[in-house]
Design a protein around this ligand. Structure first.
Ligand SMILES: OC[C@H]1CNC[C@@H](O)[C@@H]1O[C@@H]1O[C@H](CO)[C@@H](O[C@@H]2O[C@H](CO)[C@@H](O[C@@H]3O[C@H](CO)[C@@H](O)[C@H](O)[C@H]3O)[C@H](O)[C@H]2O)[C@H](O)[C@H]1O
Length: 334
């Protein structure tokens, strides 16, 4: 068969994609098998979808994705065990709807992590244990999530300890976005350094990588990789995509209206940006232990509904017909 991304990068790092059960049949499944040697469940392993009610788990989608990975010799990355988003309300409230105590929430978090990590022990090689616990700006060090408000900062180290106890061989990651913005990077650095010094079982940092044509710079990305690697932590790019639209603040500043078509100019700029990103990642291959795209192709991306509803985006290496784009060729021709 034709060489895929995973073959071109076999001496560098595994290359993956975030998937949903709808991607695991037909031409998309063929593309995944051809191009990727790692997959992540886009939504199926999150608290809400997998644990919708107390004592009731919904394994259908997660099992289907793990089975696809196992049957095709593809690594499985777990996402995510503790996040302020997509966590069902019951998790934080008692039967009367009042907030639960610290002890009750810790017990629920422990039971959830033991059950989910335990089920996929030996099948999921790495977990995003805690996701997005650091805010973008402002003076607060921690995001004021319900986990933080009810338990305090301790919830983070507990989550890692519960995950490690459930599968001592799994690599455990702290995962976040905007990791190239200096202020946020330093706060994350402070957090993971403290966790490591306390002996908390953390093994890596996930740089989500929801980028645009304007960011990050090569220097900014290198700084993030070397900063976290300097702590002896693995670094992965966990949710890579390059939107063809400027970030909201840039768009507003430029008062541009979006035309929702993939122009030749976007194609050129995006290809050049992906070329730069992967040259930086190859340069740091000793620290980078995995690169995962968020979704498989432009056929469907979460960016089609974020931050603007129903605005088609073209953020990946394969187009809406699953054909490799100019960016793909720039990434594999090195
Ligand atoms: O936001 C992008 C990244 C950022 N980092 C963390 C990472 O986990 C996150 O992924 C995105 O996380 C988003 C939630 O925050 C996901 O979006 C959810 O995706 C879910 C599955 O498609 C949607 O749930 C469906 O919603 C439909 C109608 O609203 C219902 O009919 C469906 O039953 C329900 O499953 C949720 O509304 C929607 O909010 C995106 O697909 C997913 O790509």
């Amino acid at each position: 068969p034709e060489k895929g991304l995973k073959d071109y990068y076999k001496d560098y790092f595994p290359i993956g994609a975030a998937v949903a059960p709808r991607n695991l049949t037909g031409p998309e499944a063929d593309l995944i098998r051809q191009q990727f040697n790692s997959i992540t469940a886009e939504n199926a392993m999150k608290m809400g979808p997998i644990h919708p009610e107390e004592g009731r788990y919904n394994w259908t989608d997660a099992d289907a994705i793990v089975q696809f990975a196992t049957q095709n010799g593809i690594r499985m990355r777990g996402h995510t065990l503790c996040w302020h988003n997509q966590t069902p309300r019951w998790f934080f409230t008692d039967a009367a709807g009042n907030p639960v105590t610290k002890e009750v929430l810790l017990a629920r978090l422990k039971s959830h992590i033991e059950t989910v990590v335990g089920r996929y022990k030996g099948k999921v090689y790495a977990w995003d244990v805690v996701n997005e616990a650091i805010p973008d700006g402002g003076t607060d060090f921690y995001r004021k999530s319900k986990f933080y408000e009810i338990i305090g900062e301790e919830y983070i180290e507990r989550a890692f300890e519960y995950a490690h106890a459930a599968d001592p061989n799994a690599q455990l990651f702290y995962n976040d976005y905007n990791t190239e913005s200096p202020g946020k990077r330093e706060r994350i650095y402070g957090l993971v350094k403290r966790l490591k010094e306390k002996g908390v079982p953390i093994h890596g940092v996930g740089l989500q990588g929801h980028w645009s044509l304007q960011e990050p710079t090569a220097a900014g990305l290198e700084e993030s990789i070397t900063r976290f690697a300097s702590l002896g932590l693995k670094v992965q790019i966990t949710e890579l995509d390059v939107s063809v639209y400027p970030k909201e603040h840039e768009r507003r500043a430029r008062r541009e209206t979006d035309k929702s078509e993939f122009t030749p100019e976007m194609n050129e700029k995006q290809a050049a940006h992906y070329k730069m990103l992967f040259s930086v990642l190859r340069k740091h291959k000793k620290d980078i232990t995995g690169v995962t795209f968020w979704n498989v192709s432009d056929k469907s991306s979460w960016l089609d509904n974020f931050p603007v509803q129903n605005r088609k985006d073209y953020p990946l290496l394969f187009d809406v017909n699953l054909a490799p784009k100019k960016a793909f060729h720039e990434v594999v021709n090195f």
